[in-house]
Ligand binder design. Structure first.
Ligand code: KDO
Length: 336
């Protein structure tokens, strides 16, 4: 090595040191950003996947340079259903969790996994943004170490089959291997519908339908479109058996580390994301029957009353209902 190379290496080292010093002295530099990692099984083209970009853009605007929002779709960071545990361990900051995730830790709130309870998106917003939601969110914060910032509408779940089949009542689903997400609360819903529930993660459903390891699946129409399940199925039975929602949750550790202004901005960003999701999803849900028909699917309406009666009776007579908070079903029904 010549003298001039050595001195150029020294010069670079000194310059590097100066840069490092400058970096830590600068306010708002990347190092000081609050990292918000998000994990969701949502596919990129679904509204509750795209809503996270709205969340990020809102924060980039209201708090420039303060947050580093990292969006991980397709369950690429954490497997579906493992997000609450990851948040409690401090490995994840944000997720959209389901009522079934909550019921695992707070079985009394399993009431919200029951079919035919929440009537529609408006009822859902009123129930969860009112006193019932406040009580539940408090219990969630105490037991799960996450704060719920809002609820997004996922849609009305419908039965989606590989082969066309006359389905009027739950009896017609006998023996149908219906894919459900992998937890006992979901499997119970599949059973209550009269089917043979088969647990599978969302990301494996397309292949399961294509290869025939399952006979069908249930999801809201916008997700059937976004995840392209219509390419590998022939029928949609409009059972509307669950008005589904996703709870936007942030780890308590991350929440408590924020100042009041940051909390307010994160809450506003959540509201913007939820409004974007709900508006688009409700609009699209109303148009999708036509789209699926054009794609060649058979869309049928069963005897929804028969489904409602059978499913509600299955829940009422189950062990689950025994621990639901007293009077809660009546209070939910009374929300207008
Ligand atoms: C699904 O696995 O069927 C489900 O619809 C369950 C929801 O709780 C939610 O996890 C959703 O998948 C994902 O966000 C993918 O859309």
């Amino acid at each position: 090595m010549t003298d001039s190379t050595i001195s150029s290496i020294r010069r670079r080292a000194i310059l590097g040191g100066v840069a490092a010093l400058g970096a830590s002295a600068l306010p708002g530099f990347a190092q000081t950003k609050t990292v918000l990692r998000i994990s969701t099984p949502a596919v990129p083209d679904d509204w509750h996947g795209k809503m996270w970009t709205v969340f990020k853009e809102s924060l980039d605007k209201s708090a420039p340079g303060e947050f580093d929002v990292q969006i991980n779709l397709n369950a690429s960071l954490f497997k579906q259903g493992t997000e609450p545990a990851a948040m409690a361990r401090g490995n994840l900051e944000l997720a959209a969790i389901s009522a079934q995730d909550i019921a695992k830790i707070l079985p009394e709130y399993g009431v919200f996994t029951a079919g035919y309870l929440i009537r529609d998106p408006d009822h859902q917003q009123k129930v969860f943004n009112g006193p019932i939601g406040a009580e539940m969110y408090k219990a969630v914060a105490e037991k799960m170490d996450v704060q719920i910032l809002g609820i997004g509408y996922l849609g009305s779940r419908q039965v989606n089959l590989r082969e066309v089949k006359p389905v009027k009542t739950p009896a017609d689903l006998k023996g149908v291997k219906l894919r459900m997400p992998g937890s006992k609360e979901w499997l119970f819903l599949g059973e209550a519908l009269g089917a043979t529930p088969t647990p599978l993660a969302f990301g494996e459903v397309y292949l399961g339908l294509k290869t025939g390891t399952i006979d069908g699946q249930d999801n809201p129409l916008p997700s059937v479109r976004a995840a392209k399940f219509y390419e590998v199925t022939k029928q949609i039975v409009m059972t509307s058996h669950l008005t589904d929602g996703i709870f936007i949750a942030i780890s308590t550790k991350s929440w408590n580390a924020m100042n009041a202004a940051q909390k307010q901005k994160v809450t506003a960003a959540t509201q913007a994301a939820v409004a974007y999701n709900n508006e688009n999803r409700i609009k699209e849900e109303a148009q999708l029957v036509d789209f699926f028909k054009k794609e060649g699917l058979t869309v049928t309406t069963p005897d929804v009353d028969a489904f409602r009666k059978t499913v509600q009776a299955a829940y009422q007579n189950s062990e689950y209902a025994k621990i639901w908070p007293k009077g809660l079903v009546d209070r939910v029904n009374a929300v207008k």
